[in-house]
Design a protein around this ligand. Sequence first.
Ligand code: BGC
Length: 750
Amino acid sequence: MVRREFDLAELPSRAVLFASALGLYEARLNGQRVGDQVLAPEWTDYGRRVQYQAIEVTGLLQSGPNALGAILGQGWYAGRIGMAAGFHNVSRGVYGRCLGFIAWLHLEFPDGRIETVVTNGTWKATDSGPIRASDLLDGEVYDSRHEVRGWDAPGFDDSAWLKVRTLKGPELSPQVNEPIRVTRRIPAREIQEIGPGVRIFDCGQNVAGWCALRLTGADSGQEIVLRHGEVLNPDGTLYMDNMRGAHPVDQFFCSGGGEEKFEPRFTCHGFRYVEISGLPPKPDSVEVTVCVVHSNPAETCTFASSDPVLDRVVDAIQWTQRGNMHSVLTDCPQRDERLGWTGDAQVFSQTAIFNMDMAAFLTKWMRDLREAQAEDGRFPDIAPHPYDPNQRFSGNPGWADCGVIVPWRMYVNYGDTEILKRMFEPARRYVEWSLRGNPDLIWKNARQMTPLWYGDWLNADTFVGLPDIPKSGGAVPKELYSTAFFAHSTELVSKMARVLGLAAEAEQFGDLAHRIRAAFNRAFVAEDGRILGETQAGYALALHFDILPEAIRKVAASHMVAALQPYRGSLSTGIQSTVRLMLELSRFGYHREAYAILMRSEMPSWRYMVEHGGTTIWERWDGWVEGRGFQNPGMNSFNHYAIGAVGEWIYRTVGGINPDENAPGWKHFFVRPVPGGGLTSVSMGYQSIRGPIRSEWKLEQEVFSLQVSVPPNTTATVELPDGSVHSPMGAGEHHFTCHCKSHHRNHLDN
Ligand code: BGC
């Protein structure tokens, strides 16, 4: 804890605290917490840059003596971060070990005078406060007996406190993304006593965050231990094997007597259940509240259908997003990983944009991506990248392409040309790196440019112990997969150039994309539209990226449908091809097949997850299977959004709301809901950057009715299941009906 006091002869008319830390901080002013942000200053590449926060504090000041202070924690800067032990000799302190705090209190007085109170060598510090240890991965240890009464208020005697040392920190940059906050507080209820004094509580939802505890009747020094887990073993105990090296355990030491409250500050767990031991025996003396913690942009999507299980799938997708955004989009919130894996974020990004206003968040994260770009042009596989992007985890097809695909989606959804300006050069360097390594335009990974070549991660070939599912045939050949992304990113760089008015580059990369597509077709595609390997994923990617010649797309789509057969109509796709398969099935009119995949309850499916206790999307299709149990605990998260990228298909197809990349920022959009899957009604709302859009439909005795709201200054094109097209629909409410017999509809035939 650090502090200083200062006097104010008169009250300022306005006061703003600018602050940041190496580590994490909670600023305090006159005994009060400053702002509602948590885990500030959030995660960046601290070697180069740390964010600062600006909080209005006018109401917290008083005339006379004032006290400004901060509590510091380890966080990403000095604590453990995922996989560090593999690349640094230590698992903590990757960026630094010495915690630091910086503040600039800006005071404006009624007469226009400006004064400041800043951090300098006059501040005092102590390391003997109640937080005995804190770590994002390993939990917090809090000992109430060490609380220092009045330390953050004026008049406290800090003469025994230590002198501070002044440090030089990295560049400071303003935080542009919405802060991480506690967004919800969910009461947890006791479900079982699994041993003497060991009780399991359940909040009903897998979340990222922590528990707040209120209790009475504890003795002084009584130790309460909270262990956090996502799922339970069959005997009702916590399943913790999938935490790997994380130690999600909080410890509270009570001061004894009266009511006591605990809430950690500088940790975060991925969990639904908490096992608490050491509680006082009287059960009504305890209240456990789960605090949900994540970056907090506005939520922009509502979805409700006639099928409660489908609604739970959508709900799980949205919860998985909340669980995986703490200033960085992460793979998972629970085990010792929690890294900004770009491939997962790339495929999930359109779903994320439907769910929340991601403009500011992604602006911040795209900067992290630029800062993690390798010198040779490779975009990173993780951002921030603490493990030297020049050495490892860079340039993986599908992952690195995040640096091209996500800015394009930001442009399409937010009309943001500034992000294209910032990302164009980096994106072009990335494509040029691919080209240098693959001059014959087939992405071969020669010279092991990417030693860990992930490909279409977690496809059906990775299932374990499921005799009814083919053992091979799911994984798309990696050269084909990688060349598809190469073609796509090159095409997007050309499109970026066109938007930015760079005609020569638009042509250059357009031509290169054309040649990559031609090479792809020569290498992998037969005249009858069959694609090497005949995997669902291969067809999905080639179709989705418009790589095949027009003339064979339809027949290739029919081969894609045939590739469902060995899997009895279901998926063999991994994280990169699943949503693309769904979108291409629909684009080519195979709505019945797409709905069959969405609505099936057997593994692999989303419904399987929610019908077997999932409240978030699992990392693996077969994370847990009835009769077989859990997958390999070395990699088995129950809160991973990549497979949840199907949200995009649900919103576009079931909800029917689609952006138009030729009229970015939702200036014009398409509403084309497709009934199917036995659904009789769907209601979707999307708060676009230009205002609220609604699509609500009902199917009653073969009569399809649709209600559409179009916000001011936009137009929509509405397509009905009978093939009729209504355009342009201006601002306001529009009602349509048509006869709708079958689930089939083929765009291409219209
Ligand atoms: C992560 C993934 C990530 C992958 C890279 C895993 O450990 O959890 O989601 O994309 O590594 O292949």
